[in-house]
Structure formats: C-alpha cells, structure tokens
Design a protein around this ligand. Structure first.
Ligand code: PMP
Length: 360
C-alpha cells in the first residue's frame, strides 16, 4: 500500500507499525470480541489499557513518583485556561516568555485572573528567535513562569532552560514532548496536546507535581480543576478512550526503539540533514536564528510566494504533502516529529535539490 510522507504540524503522521497494530486489533481487542472504541472505560480491559499507557510514559520520560500523569480533553488550549484557575492563586501574577501565537493565547487566559507579565518577547522579529533571558527577570512575586518549549508555527525551540529563580516552571510541550531527553524535575507542570508527537487528537497529557494539585480558586469549574482528575486517575468522566489507547501504543513503540534518547538521535540526524541543505542552498533558506532552531518544525522559504506555491505542488506530486507553512507566516514548514522516518527527510531534501536544479 502506498503512503505519502506527511509533514503536517498536527494532527501528524503516526508510526506505521502502530497503525497496523491498531488495525489488527480494531474489531476484536485481545479476546474482548469488541473494539476498544466500544469498551466501557470502567471495564477491566480498559483499565489495563490506560494503566499501560501511563506506566509506559512514566518509563520513557522517567517521570518521578511525585508527579501525576493526567489524560485530559480540550487540547493544549484548555490548559491555557486551566493553569491560571489552579495555580495563579497567591500572587495572581504569572511571568510569560512570549515566543509566538500559542504563548499569546496562554497570556490572554492568564489576564482573566490577574497580571500576565511578559518578561521577554520575540514578536519584534516575527518570533524567529528565542529572547535572551536573565534570572533577575523572574521576580519572586509571581505564581509561576510559563514558556512554550517549541514553537510549532515559527520553528523555534528553547535550547537552554531558563533560570527562573526557583519559581515553578510550566511548559507547553505540545510540539516538543518526547522529541529529546528532558529532566521532568526541572518543571512544575508539563502539558501537551497529543496530535503531534503522541497520538491521535483528543487527549491532552498533563504531568503535574503533586504539591500543586488542590489549590484551585473556589469558583473553578469542576472539569477545570486538576484535583478532580487527579483524585479519579483521569476517570472522573469518560476519558478519550481510543486516543489514549493509541497513545499507549506510540509510547510502547518509543520504548521498543530505544526510548527518547534514541528518538533524539534520529531527530538530530533528520533536522541536521534538512538544516544543512537549507544553509547551502541557493534557492531555499531557513527563517529562524540558528541557535534557536527547532528539531520538530522546520520553516523555510524561497523568498518568492509564487515559487513557494510551485514548490509545494511539486513536492506533493512526488508524495511529500502538507508542506505549506502556517497561514500566518506563509512559505513552507516541514514538521518532522518522531514518527517521520529518516527516509522522509532524505526524500524531501532530494526533491528540494531537484527543484532547485530545475530553477537554475
Ligand atoms: N500549543 C502549541 C505549541 C501548539 O502547537 C498547539 C497546536 N498547534 C497548541 C498549543 C494548541 O493545541 P490544541 O489544538 O491541542 O488546543
């Protein structure tokens, strides 16, 4: 069966092996004689599925015991709102680093609860870099610091963890989680929508230090209170059962293939290949400050919008799809998450070279 190389930013490609496993189990999971989609979330079969997903994630990310793993709904966008309800409770102030459209959405939600203090921003250059940060920016009169580890639209990444003066550090890792080894202890809360590096859309992973649970404001809606979900092990209401099941398969796939460290190695190879080509091309160029380049989302341009459109079609005709840049920035963007094989990036570089030759 022919499949394209899909460079979508999300929902994004999944490991073929996982899709095939899901296919083989689709109508009869184990010996349940029903699909996971049809299974009660309160059944023994399903409990084993969600437990396995959590335990495998804990294993591959080395999540310490004093962190809860929650499987929630509403996407990363709901976390923008949930965080202030739960954690912006003492000083009613949060320090933000504004590195793009998603940071801005998180800032807008925090503003509803108090002061959203933007300590630094890269908006002056269309978010093509990560601002220099200094620990003195993170004054102790704030409840937490919020960053977006990887900026999906612009293709930047925090390559250095900011020194936040001991404040709780919260990160939106939607397009970063599982792409490279991190120390969970550096963070108070990590959250990520699944549809990039985890699995199908519908589930949002929240990894939260236990001491931060149970402090929500009194008028916090029940469903937006971390305690609601932590107390019931993500079973307060019906969780997105099928998405969690597939996410669990992806975690197992990562584990079987050498864990996050092995993913990181291949990701470095893939991104290196593409950036090297961009740095030496006479037609294409990258758009981001070199030190702040993302390994997951690689934006590039020819400098001519018509030529960009022509290349996107040229690539699609050769089985390389969803290369159009985000509507707010234009150009091209190759999202090369864990499930994008090295061959996909090799083929992309080949096709870019061929296009460049034709245009000479
Ligand atoms: N944060 C980042 C970094 C993202 O890339 C996205 C989605 N592209 C979001 C948040 C929003 O996620 P969701 O659609 O899951 O709400």
């Amino acid at each position: 069966m022919e499949r394209v190389f899909n460079f979508s930013a999300g929902p994004a490609c999944l490991p073929l092996e996982v899709l095939e496993q899901v296919q083989s189990e689709l109508v009869n999971y184990g010996n349940a004689k029903m699909s996971v989609m049809e299974m009660s979330h309160r059944s023994k079969n399903y409990q084993a599925i969600i437990d396995n997903a959590e335990n495998t994630l804990r294993k591959i990310m080395l999540i310490p015991d004093n962190y809860k793993v929650l499987f929630l709904q509403g996407g990363a966008s709901t976390q923008f709102a949930m965080l202030p309800f739960n954690l912006m409770t003492k000083h009613k102030k949060v320090h933000f680093v504004n590195t793009g459209a998603w940071s801005k959405k998180a800032i807008a939600e925090a503003k509803k609860h108090g002061e959203a203090n933007v300590v630094a921003s890269s908006e002056d250059k269309t978010f093509t870099y990560i601002p220099e940060l200094d620990s003195s920016m993170f004054t102790p009169d704030a409840d937490y610091v919020h960053i977006t580890s990887n900026n999906t639209i612009y293709g930047t990444k925090f390559n250095k963890l900011p020194d936040v003066n001991g404040l709780p550090l919260i990160s939106d890792m939607s397009s970063y989680i599982l792409s490279e080894v991190i120390d969970v202890n550096d963070y108070a809360v990590i959250y990520a929508g699944a549809q990039k590096n985890i699995g199908p859309a519908g589930v949002t992973i929240v990894i939260i230090r236990e001491d931060l649970i149970g402090n929500a404001v009194d008028n916090c809606p029940t469903m937006l209170n971390y305690k609601t979900h932590a107390d019931k092990d993500s079973m307060f209401n019906t969780p997105p059962t099928f998405s969690i099941y597939v996410a669990g398969k992806v975690f197992e796939w990562i584990d079987k293939n050498g864990g996050v460290a092995a993913m990181q190695k291949v990701n470095e190879q893939k991104a290196g290949l593409l950036y090297d080509f961009l740095d030496n091309s006479s037609l294409f160029s990258g758009t981001v400050a070199k030190a702040d380049r993302s390994m997951m989302n690689v934006p590039f341009i020819t400098g001519d919008a018509d030529m960009d459109a022509e290349f996107i079609k040229y690539a699609a005709d050769r089985g390389l799809v969803t290369l159009k840049g985000h509507r707010s920035v234009g150009g091209m963007r190759a999202s090369i998450y864990n499930a994008m094989p090295l061959e996909g990036v090799q083929k992309l570089v080949e096709v870019m070279k061929a296009f460049e030759m034709e245009k000479k």
